[in-house]
Design a protein. Structure first.
Length: 437
């Protein structure tokens, strides 16, 4: 028996040694930009594999598919399930365009720092149903920088369209401002446009404010560079439109200079009182002959009702992903008051507007019961701008139940604050975004 035992043991040991797993990858180094690539693993004997990334903020991997997330270097490792065999590949991501639409498509995207960015070429906030086809190219319509002068390229140095993505390269340094970009067809007609909000280091969720009624708001107007009343007022919007118009950049009421030219178009002109016209002409301010009218009076009630809504964020909503135009909740935030003489514009030293109205907001959880709305003025129905330092006008998406042609707004003057006032949707006013729950 002993003579047979040793040869058998030797055979078993050789069998175990020969059955050791081997695992290799088809490459040890990989460089990515925006597109992912596939790593091929060869394992013997065939068995289940586990893929990991040393830094998922730079590179993510699923069953060998390596996807870039941000610029940097990470190591992708594949291992056998028992961990006895492994292979690695060093992945470098360079020139990657950050996906602005990863948290959802929108008509506005925040640019927090210089870099390369891209977003899905879709209309509004619907990623699948509103994909834009037949695009010939992309271009910058206008830029502004909260300064007395601006030139093309101060914010966006280049723009391109490819494979249903719009990609922009920003200027080399952090600049506060706004830009509107668009895609166009073979005839040069604009198909759709988007607002790029250049606001360095701005993360709305970090500075959000909770009002008395539980609604969560941004701390500044849409398009504002900061919440300081004397230096940033934000942009102006005709009710129901996704594209902004310039706001003031100082207390003198001077409109912020832009690289593009805006024009006024009478709503009675053929087709100009319709939403389809404004989509193709985002820099045309639609005027009306009288104040008691809406700019899109030529639009049927069915389409008019689809512009801004309370129950859902529409494809015409101008706010960034995760935010929307508010319903008229200022009254609830003010504990049910329709107006207040205490909540008025307060002047300090006669020159700087220190703050506007205490609506009972808890500022960033710090217990400061104050929320600020700058007296940014407004564009009237004739397309004339004024009332800086005199009036606060902020749109809601709530239409009047008795007069569907009117909408509710916040209105503050030096005399009082009206938390629920009816306005005809013709001029352009400020927008303060609320969290889209």
């Amino acid at each position: 028996m002993k003579k047979q035992f040793f040869p058998l043991l030797l055979v078993l040991l050789l069998s175990v040694a020969c059955s050791k797993s081997t695992l290799t990858l088809d490459r040890s180094e990989l460089t990515l930009t925006d597109q992912g690539m596939y790593l091929t693993a060869t394992v013997n004997p065939p068995q289940e594999l586990v893929w990991t990334s040393s830094n998922e903020k730079i590179v993510q991997v699923w069953n060998g598919i390596v996807m870039p997330v941000s610029n940097g270097t990470a190591v992708v490792t594949v291992s056998t399930l028992d961990g006895k065999a492994s292979a690695s590949c060093t992945v470098t991501v360079s020139g990657h365009a950050r996906d602005l639409s990863k948290d959802g498509a929108a008509n506005c995207y925040i640019i927090p720092e210089p870099g390369r960015y891209r977003f899905k070429c879709v209309k509004g906030n619907n990623d699948t149903e509103n994909v834009i086809n037949d695009v010939s190219g992309a271009k910058v319509l206008w830029e502004s920088t909260f300064k007395s002068s601006v030139k093309a390229g101060d914010l966006v140095s280049s723009i391109a369209y490819e494979n249903n993505w719009v990609t922009v390269q920003t200027a080399g340094q952090a600049v506060r401002g706004n830009a509107v970009v668009a895609v166009f067809d073979d005839s040069g007609d604009i198909i759709w446009s988007w607002h790029l909000w250049f606001c360095p280091h701005f993360v709305p969720e970090n500075l959000q404010q909770t009002y008395n009624d539980g609604t969560v708001w941004m701390d500044r107007n849409l398009g504002a560079s900061m919440d300081a009343l004397s230096s940033s007022f934000g942009l102006m919007y005709q009710w129901g439109r996704k594209d902004p118009f310039p706001g003031p950049y100082n207390n003198n009421g001077d409109l912020v200079p832009t690289t593009g030219t805006f024009k006024k178009v009478e709503a009675s002109a053929d087709g100009s009182g319709q939403v389809s016209y404004t989509n193709k002409n985002p820099m045309s301010f639609i005027t009306t002959s009288v104040n008691d009218s809406k700019w899109c009076y030529r639009e049927g009630e069915e389409n008019w009702a689809k512009l801004w809504q309370e129950a859902t964020k529409t494809i015409y909503d101008p706010c960034p992903p995760g935010w929307k135009v508010p319903s008229s909740t200022w009254k609830a935030a003010a504990n049910g008051a329709s107006e207040s003489t205490a909540g008025r514009i307060r002047n300090y030293g006669g020159t700087i507007l220190d703050y506007v109205a205490d609506l009972g907001a808890d500022l960033a959880g710090m217990g400061i019961r104050q929320v600020t709305y700058p007296a940014a003025g407004y564009w009237d129905y004739k397309g004339d701008f004024g009332s800086v330092k005199e009036k606060v006008y902020v749109w809601s998406c709530t239409r009047s139940s008795t007069d569907p042609g009117s909408v509710l707004s916040l209105y503050v003057t030096t005399e009082k604050a009206q938390f629920q006032i009816y306005n005809k949707p013709n001029g352009a006013r400020s927008v303060r975004c609320v969290k889209d729950n």
